[in-house]
Design a protein around this ligand. Structure first.
Ligand code: FMN
Length: 223
């Protein structure tokens, strides 16, 4: 491999100087603080079609080898963070073996990172059906034909399956593309939040909330 022509070690964004100070926190409830940050990111990104709901989810199965992938957050509530996937997949198998998971949001426009760690529960199937029905037909077809994370011979194999399901939807209507039993939602119930506000001088702010039974303990971590 040739030496990269990009000077990687000197890629350095300017983070600004918006401090995250304990005395100015808009809330000492981490769910409320997350909601405030998410709304601020949404208003900052405005109409640009950025996927601010894209979040990295990390899981570890019984082989203790962590793995990470992006997903799109479907919802957050005062109890946790929901996403949809195929339960029969690498992440699904790992969560079956070990329900502990971590989520990582990064919003470069506002120089913020949020880490969330906790335990996942499966969402009720009715909720998954609601999410399924809100998805565009093409997405439902792709999810229905996919045995997620399995090896397939080639792209054509998937295209053929897609054509078959597209024809079924044309013949019988889009509601013929019913949800797979194995497609559904996970709800991550947090035990730990970390709100990170980047500073240009790299003396970043890190405010952590850790759940102790039913109270949230707040701490500041060194950057
Ligand atoms: C921005 C983005 C959003 C994604 N959203 C989802 C999602 O909501 N659900 C999902 O199962 N996979 C989603 N994926 C694909 C996953 O990253 C991953 O490839 C897939 O879930 C299989 O992961 P696994 O083999 O670890 O189970 C998304 C990928 C990207 C880049």
């Amino acid at each position: 491999m040739d030496t990269p022509s990009i000077d990687i070690q000197n890629i350095r964004a300017h983070y600004g100087n918006t401090y995250l100070l304990e005395e100015n926190l808009p809330s000492t409830n981490p769910f409320t603080l997350f909601d405030i940050w998410f709304r601020e990111v949404a208003s900052e990104t405005g109409l640009t079609p950025e996927e601010i709901s894209a979040v990295c989810v990390s899981t570890v199965g019984k082989d203790l080898r962590p793995s990470s992938r992006m997903i799109l957050l479907k919802d957050y509530t005062p109890t946790g963070f929901s996403f949809c996937t195929n339960f029969i997949s690498r992440k699904g198998n790992q969560l079956e073996e070990n329900p502990n998971a971590a989520m990582l949001f990064y919003w470069p426009k506002v120089n913020r990172q949020v880490r969330v760690e906790g335990v996942v529960e499966k969402l009720p199937d009715e909720k998954a059906v609601d999410f399924w029905n809100q998805r565009p037909l093409a997405s439902r077809i792709s999810s229905k034909l996919s045995v997620q994370s399995e090896v397939v011979p080639d792209r054509q194999y998937l295209e053929t399956k897609r054509m078959e399901l597209t024809e079924l939807a044309e013949r019988e209507g889009s509601y013929a593309i019913t949800k797979l039993e194995s497609w559904g939602g996970y709800h991550l119930v947090p035990k730990y939040f970390e709100f990170w506000q980047g500073q240009s001088d790299r003396l970043h702010d890190r405010i952590v909330f850790e759940r102790d039974v039913d109270v949230w303990l707040l701490k500041r971590l060194s950057p």
